[in-house]
Ligand binder design. Structure first.
Ligand code: IPE
Ligand code: IPE
Ligand code: MG
Length: 252
């Protein structure tokens, strides 16, 4: 029996963000090369994207490659970039079939030209879709994003396009690469690591965090449903008290 039927569709997170971790260890545990883990991880991506689209989740951000991941051995980085190009080319028709719109965030200029091109093609070819928004975080890190935003704000102040005293949280949000998306309500990290690893530091301010031991290549729809059900059990207080949330609005 699937856990899917227990999910309250009225209370779905509209944005789920996932740190897809554990590919390398998954492969090594079976005596395989780390790249094999990345290869199998693509199947999980396909399954989870489909699962989110079927449920009606509006935004899914996948952390696929961090700024820090550039420091991995060349063989792994090259293999990951090749896998990215191959996957993007292969998946576009499936994205279109499922009405999924692709976006990308990160220092994309650092990607090799063929990866940049495949990414741009996928974004262009899915731009008219109106279902799930799939946001790929590639060569992404939150500190990179915040520095980029601050530089841009400084430039706009210098050009008299912005007054420092008018800078609000909304202004900062506007300069982030995620400005077009709401903040994630649920962040999932696989593989038993309990950290954020430079992912959406600002945007996750009030996200519910869900950690699972399951390695990414083993993470499938049922695991996603489990995470959503866990999320739906939580009380999101945003600094208020429990009774404020439950009763008619009271100041006590
Ligand atoms: C996540 O899996 C994928 C990327 C970071 C690209 P890892 O490659 O980090 O796998 P582990 O954490 O070493 O097992
Ligand atoms: C985070 O995983 C980045 C991605 C999943 C793309 P890492 O495996 O790079 O993170 P650390 O090094 O364990 O913190
Ligand atoms: Mg890892």
């Amino acid at each position: 029996m699937s856990l899917k039927q227990n999910i309250d569709l009225e209370r779905l997170p509209q944005h789920i963000a996932i740190i897809m971790d554990g590919n390398g260890r998954w492969a090594q545990e079976q005596g395989q090369d780390r790249l094999f883990g990345h290869f199998r991880g693509v199947e999980s991506v396909r399954d989870i994207v489909e699962g989110c689209a079927e449920l009606g989740v509006k935004f899914l951000t996948l952390y696929a490659f961090s700024t820090e991941n550039w420091d991995r051995p060349t063989k792994e980085v090259t293999g990951l970039m090749e896998l990215l190009v191959e996957t993007l080319r292969k998946e576009v028709p499936i994205l279109n079939k499922n009405n999924i719109k692709m976006h990308a965030i990160g220092a994309l200029s650092m990607l090799p030209p063929n990866a940049r091109q495949a990414l741009q093609e996928a974004i262009d070819m899915t731009s008219n879709n109106t279902g799930l928004n799939l946001i790929m975080a590639l060569s992404y890190s939150s500190r990179w994003e915040l520095v980029h935003a601050v530089k841009q704000i400084a430039l706009d102040v210098k050009e008299n396009l912005l007054e420092p005293e008018n800078i609000t949280q909304d202004t900062l949000q506007h300069y982030l690469s995620t400005s077009a998306f709401p903040d994630p309500e649920l962040m999932i990290r696989t593989s038993g690591e309990y950290r954020i690893s430079n992912f959406l530091l600002y945007q996750l301010a009030y996200a519910e965090l869900y950690f699972t031991e399951t390695r990414w290549p083993d993470f499938r729809k049922e695991n996603l449903y489990e995470a959503i059900l866990d999320y739906q059990k939580r009380e999101r207080r945003f600094g208020k008290t429990s009774s404020q949330l439950q009763g008619p609005l009271t100041k006590n």
